[in-house]
Design a protein. Structure first.
Lengths: 130, 495
């Protein structure tokens, strides 16, 4: 059991982070705290994707050294197991862009709420709306 | 040139959206024709693509940057997405024409940014539908959602807060979808929908697949406002500017239904959700719950737009329940209902926009005497209302007919009962408004002196799109057989 937890610790951290973010989004009353929770939630997903790309046993970055060198053609056969899968990293670059855009929109909306109600507490805003 | 039409469908609104702020900086009044131009081009492209799909019956594949799938992103157009593309681009064009007067009244500040975001949102809708790549779909989903939050936040008092709540829910939904994609990628190493469909059947025993399916389903259910997860929808759509709610309400939920159909029947084999997992049974009951809850809550509303929002919730119940019944007749009904519901919801929200434009309110009481004061708008409203109730020559009847027929074939009597109950409640909902509109309560109204406010017919730029929508509802109803035989019949998955 302990091996199961330690051996896959990155996935456990992803789940814990995600739950922290989820709790903050649902449970917190302050709008900025909700946004912070949203960010933690999304970051957890990035950790998840990056974890899936990792390979045990000394896999390195997929940079092929001397690929265009003069040492013959046969030596460049790519062995997938010795390189970390680059695709999840690339996907997460896109996801980071999406995250940043979401954060931007969220902050702009919160700014608009603050200017109107002069508070960022959800219950006070609800009281002001009614 | 015509080979490039699939990509042009999404490139045109995207490029035009980028140029819109520059153009608006120079001449603000050029923005409106510019948006109309882009959406008209986009609509022509999608109609052409639909025509080609119907003529040849072949699925169109377009490789972005000539990278062959499964490595590159491909655009795939079959009968189902070709139909969706036409629905989206036509709706967007109608709303764009309609938006001119209402946004200058409702939005403080520049209309330039409204139109930029508007076009970006249309790009997102089209992209979700056209893409053949799971991750690409996520990106477009987020484009749609983010622009949607922005458009909603521009609305009346309380709109930013409604938009914020929508954003929290929507982000959870999109993140769940992304996690689902991640789990599928772990086990298959592919993101291409066709490739996934080929690789997945061997893995149906795997628990990873089940987790992925659960994440997809919940994520998409949030996006389409399926009943227990619908709480963001009424506030957001009620408070959004009229033009924005007329764009988002018909399309966002329908596109999410499309994604659900894609994931259930194309990415996964239909047998997974019908035989291996009891998903379809659950969906029928979720659908019934959504129909009943949506209809009952619609009855409790005194705000017209809010009432329409709950009708949308009930309509989502029709589609989810119909998908859950999972026989070819019911699925046919679901796809026809995507088309019908898009145009009916559009009809409701454009009327709501006109009423708001003329009376500065969207309560049911604001409809007082409107039949006398704006007869054409109200005629369109009656057609739309009859269609939502399901009266024969209008389109709403036919999709309900197929849904009920499918339910009877599969012995889902509870679903039939829920559908009929919701139709009956719709009758009450709309005849209540007709009663107010014809002013049968004249005696109550006179005392307050509201009658001095002169309300005339809506301006042409708003009236014409509304009339076109109403005519469209009739035409789709009359020509439902050709639509079914030429398009939808081929879009139904093999069950």
């Amino acid at each position: 059991m302990l091996d199961f937890i330690i051996g896959k610790y990155n996935y456990w951290i992803y789940i814990i982070l995600m739950m922290i973010g989820f709790y903050a989004m649902i449970g917190k009353k302050n709008l900025v705290k909700k946004i912070i929770g949203m960010n933690i939630f999304q970051t957890a997903i990035i950790l998840f994707y990056i974890s899936t790309a990792y390979k045990k046993g000394g896999a390195t970055l997929p940079i092929i050294v001397h690929a265009h060198g003069h040492s013959g053609h046969t030596s460049h056969a790519i062995e997938a197991s010795s390189y970390i899968n680059p695709l999840p990293h690339v996907l997460m670059l896109t996801a980071i862009v999406v995250m940043v855009a979401t954060l931007g929109v969220a902050l702009a909306i919160v700014l608009k709420i603050y200017r109107r109600y002069n508070t960022l507490e959800e219950d006070e805003i609800l009281k002001a709306i009614k | 040139m015509t080979d490039q039409f699939p990509v042009l469908i999404i490139i045109i609104p995207l490029i035009f959206a980028v140029i819109t702020p520059l153009l608006g900086w120079w001449r603000e009044n050029l923005c409106y024709p510019w948006v109309i131009l882009s959406l008209a081009l986009c609509m022509l492209c999608s109609i052409f693509v639909l025509g080609r799909v119907i003529d040849t019956g072949v699925v169109i594949h377009y490789y972005l940057g000539s990278w062959a799938p499964p490595w590159g992103i491909e655009l795939v157009i079959d009968h189902l997405n070709a139909l969706m593309l036409v629905i989206i681009s036509t709706t967007a064009l109608i709303v764009a024409v309609y938006s001119k007067r209402s946004i200058t009244q409702e939005i403080d500040g520049s209309i330039v940014y409204f139109y930029t975001v508007f076009l970006l949102q249309v790009t997102g809708f089209l992209g979700i539908v056209i893409t053949g790549d799971m991750f690409n779909l996520y990106v477009f989903l987020e484009i749609t959602s983010l622009t949607g939050y922005a458009l909603i936040a521009a609305g009346e008092d309380g709109a930013p807060f409604a938009s914020f709540r929508y954003m929290i829910m929507g982000t959870i939904g999109a993140c769940f979808y992304l996690l689902g994609v991640g789990y599928l990628y772990i086990v298959t190493g592919s993101l291409n929908i066709a490739d996934l469909a080929r690789l997945l059947p061997d893995l149906y025993g795997s628990r990873v697949i089940l987790v992925a399916f659960a994440f997809f389903f919940v994520g998409i259910a949030i996006k389409m406002a399926l009943f227990p997860l619908h709480t963001w929808l009424p506030d957001a759509y009620t408070k959004a500017p009229s033009a924005a709610s007329a764009l988002i309400a018909p399309l966002m939920t329908k596109v999410a239904v499309y994604v659900m159909l894609r994931i259930m029947f194309t990415v996964f084999n239909p047998s997974l959700s019908i035989e291996i997992l009891p998903v379809t049974d659950i969906m029928v009951w979720l659908g019934i719950a959504a129909i009943v809850a949506g209809a009952v809550m619609a009855l409790a509303q005194t705000d017209f737009k809010r009432m329409c929002c709950y009708i949308v919730v009930a309509e989502i119940g029709y589609m989810v329940g119909g998908t859950g019944i999972a026989n070819s007749v019911a699925i046919k009904g679901v796809i026809l209902h995507i088309l019908n519901d898009a145009i009916m919801t559009l009809g409701m929200f454009v009327v709501a926009g006109i009423v708001y434009y003329q009376t500065k309110g969207h309560n049911l009481t604001d409809f007082r005497d409107l039949f006398k004061k704006m007869p054409y708008t109200m005629a369109a409203f009656v057609v739309t209302a009859l269609s939502i109730i399901g009266v024969p020559p209008t389109c709403g009847f036919f999709s309900k007919w197929y849904l009920i027929q499918g339910a009877i074939i599969s012995n889902c009597w509870a679903f039939v009962a829920a559908l009929l109950l919701s139709s009956l409640i719709n009758i009450i909902l709309f005849f209540r408004i007709f009663e107010i509109g014809y002013g049968f309560h004249e005696t109550h109204g006179h005392g307050h002196g509201h009658e001095t406010v002169l309300i005339s017919e809506a301006p042409m730029s708003m009236l014409i799109p509304t009339i076109i929508t109403a005519i469209g509802i009739m035409l789709i109803g009359i020509y439902n057989q050709p639509i079914l035989n030429n398009i939808i019949q081929f879009a139904v998955p093999k069950l």
